[in-house]
Design a protein around this ligand. Structure first.
Ligand code: C2E
Ligand code: MG
Ligand code: MG
Length: 278
């Protein structure tokens, strides 16, 4: 009985924390306390920055920095994800346009979306409106959905993704390798890009345990004509391995952490400003 009571209390506390987080999150949304950081992505062969990923940030006055890994699930469970996701999409595209007006926009903008965000609105139509509003070519936008998200997705979500892709919007499967997609599904899903999960990239070098897994994923992606992004690249050894196995795109602390707007703007200025001036 003691065990049961302990367990019950822990559950109660978990529930309370979750509800508190939900309330705080609702307030943060209302008060505009969310922001986006941007992490650059580089073409491995040329070294050029080919895009960036928008990552949601929430700095709470007392709780401090709350990780999206903690609050996104709360947003999904409470339905707040609809409003948050719509804001993220709009804000990332608005920022891209602001950079484009200064001649320093990256070729691509990747935005994380949750499949729960698709219910109750026509996502394809919403994306279309945003692209028109900010004058963005469809091929500039890449939507990232996690592998497990895609596996749970119902037909209408996949249909919406397919219709977005027909319009030219890119779709990436995020955290690839952590879910359970059948290899057959990979050939049928509406995707352009596989993002290899960081857990496979960490410690990657010749003769490391993940070597065979990653080289097999890279071969598979090539065969299926999917673009491949390695996320969480932190060391020169990992990079050397990825280069040797002809990975397309890399992203990680080795190149840059996710940056607040000001720092990202400065980086984009040195990346693209110089060239157009030359
Ligand atoms: P993700 O989309 O896979 O994003 C990559 C995560 O890895 C980010 O964590 C990023 O800061 C971190 N990261 C990047 N490079 C490195 C590295 O070299 N080493 C290490 N250790 N970490 C690295 P973050 O920003 O905490 O986001 C966590 C997850 O939350 C994201 O994973 C994504 O699934 C979700 N998320 C973030 N922003 C949004 C959003 O706007 N909407 C939705 N639906 N989900 C979001
Ligand atoms: Mg992502
Ligand atoms: Mg990921």
């Amino acid at each position: 009985p003691n065990h049961w009571r302990l367990y019950g209390r822990a559950m109660q506390e978990g529930l309370e924390r979750r509800m508190e987080l939900e309330n705080e999150l609702r307030r943060a949304v209302q008060q505009g306390a969310l922001s986006l950081d941007y992490q650059p992505q580089y073409d491995l062969a040329s070294g050029d920055m080919i895009g960036c990923e928008a990552l949601l940030r929430w700095r709470h006055p007392e709780l401090g920095f709350v990780s999206p890994a903690d609050f996104i699930p709360v947003a999904e469970a409470s339905g707040l994800i609809g409003e948050i996701g719509a804001w993220v999409l709009d804000e990332a595209c608005r920022q891209w346009r602001a950079w484009a007006d200064r001649g320093i926009a990256p070729p691509r903008m990747a935005v994380n979306v949750s499949q729960r965000q698709f219910s109750g609105c026509d996502i394809a139509e919403r994306v279309e409106r945003i692209l028109t509003r900010y004058r963005i070519d469809a091929g500039t936008l890449e939507l990232e959905l996690t592998e497990s998200c895609m596996m749970e997705a119902h037909g209408n979500v996949l249909e919406a993704l397919a219709s977005l892709r027909r319009r030219g919007v890119r779709v990436a499967m995020d955290d690839f390798g952590t879910g359970y997609s059948s290899l057959a599904a990979l050939t049928q899903l509406p995707i352009d890009t596989l993002k290899i999960d960081r857990s496979f990239v960490t410690g990657l070098q010749t003769d490391s345990p993940n070597e065979k897994v990653v080289s097999a994923i890279l071969t598979l992606a090539r065969g299926l004509r999917l673009e491949i992004v390695a996320e969480g690249v932190e060391t020169a050894d990992e990079l050397a391995f990825l280069r040797e196995h002809a990975c397309d795109i890399v992203q990680g602390y080795l190149f840059s952490k996710p940056l607040p707007v000001r720092a990202m703007t400065a980086l984009l200025g040195s990346e693209y400003g110089r060239r157009s001036a030359a």
